[in-house]
Ligand binder design. Sequence first.
Ligand SMILES: Nc1nc2c(ncn2[C@@H]2O[C@H](COP(=O)(O)OP(=O)(O)O)[C@@H](O)[C@H]2O)c(=O)[nH]1
Ligand SMILES: [Mg+2]
Length: 395
Amino acid sequence: MYQYISFCFADKVFKSLDIDEIANTLVSGGTKEEFRKIYQEKIESWKVKDVKFCITGGSRTGKSSFINAITGCQKGQKGFATVSVYGDTTNKAACYTHPKHSKFQLWDLPRFGTVQHKSEGYVNDMEFTKFDYVLIFFDVISENDIWLAKQLKRLMKSFCFVRSKLDQDITNEMQHDCNTIACNIRTKALGDLEKEQISGVDVFVISSADTTIGNFESLINHMENNLDEGKYAAVIYSLASISKPVIGEKFKVLHKRISMIAVVSMLFKDDREITTHSRSDIILTNLKNEIMFYINTFELTPPVVQKLMEHSTFQMRDILCRSGEEIKKIVKNSLESKNEKIFSFPQMPSLFRESEILLNTILVGLQNDALYVFGQLPTFKGKVVEQENISISNV
Ligand SMILES: Nc1nc2c(ncn2[C@@H]2O[C@H](COP(=O)(O)OP(=O)(O)O)[C@@H](O)[C@H]2O)c(=O)[nH]1
Ligand SMILES: [Mg+2]
């Protein structure tokens, strides 16, 4: 098996991959342990790493609403951040654990520069050092915001400014060119920061009520550039599928795994002890688990899909709303249709290649389904959204 993998790498079968490191390890006669180490870092690390986001800023700037937008939580559901109607709802730091991934925490911090939370002690009291990423929500950039930005720079924390409620600006200005409005707000805020000698800090103008407008995509790119690969993957797998860019980003992160997963699906502790039948079952189970992981990441779970099917003539992907065993059968038939002896030993190179192609095809199809579902959500608002909270880490 390992000989074969070395052959693949040497032959540049993996050229589309971000796993050159693995190639080098294997081609240069690396060990199984080295391979496992790289696999764990590249593919598994997101499951074990804590990701702590801090959402801070003035009151009623949209912090709680943003948390709900990215967790996908609705009022009444566990994990819903209370949205303030009047005054300051958040007096104490509140920690929301992402419903899809228990290692991803979103901390909703109280407003600072008030009698209750004076600026001086704020950074220590709120333990800013523990956060991976800080979002400062603002309406108009205040002295407090500037002060906090300086403290975060000193601590070398990754952070950005976020101005929410872009949809309101669009309504207020009675025009629909949201890019121009977002650009004007952003330019003004960047100018304010520059005047205060705060450079290299980005500002994103978004709407939690309508995540399709404004700089949501740039905000996600900023997270990508400021988090390590494992933590960023955890964020992307957990995010609610709230916009096309988020779905696209999910696709990108999942796509990066494919070749590695295709290889790992075929690895066994000791090939000699395994019968052909049990080997094919292990491979099919591994591939099925990966496909289910895609389905959960795209939130194409049965309650959502079934609800949409009731209202639509669209044929959802064959693979949706199927049991694990059914998915295994679909995968088996598909692979065997390419080569009926694909699960027998001499066919391993072909099995690897076909698994890679199959995962790729399924992922592309599921992305399209996710985009379709996303496009339909506004129509079914309030009906579809009651999806089950699925913990992706348990898949
Ligand atoms: N239209 C619109 N309203 C928003 C948005 N974000 C927050 N709000 C509203 O602004 C008010 C304050 O929001 P909240 O999230 O509680 O702000 P927080 O005090 O910073 O946590 C609430 O009435 C929200 O419904 C948004 O993106 N668009
Ligand atoms: Mg709040």
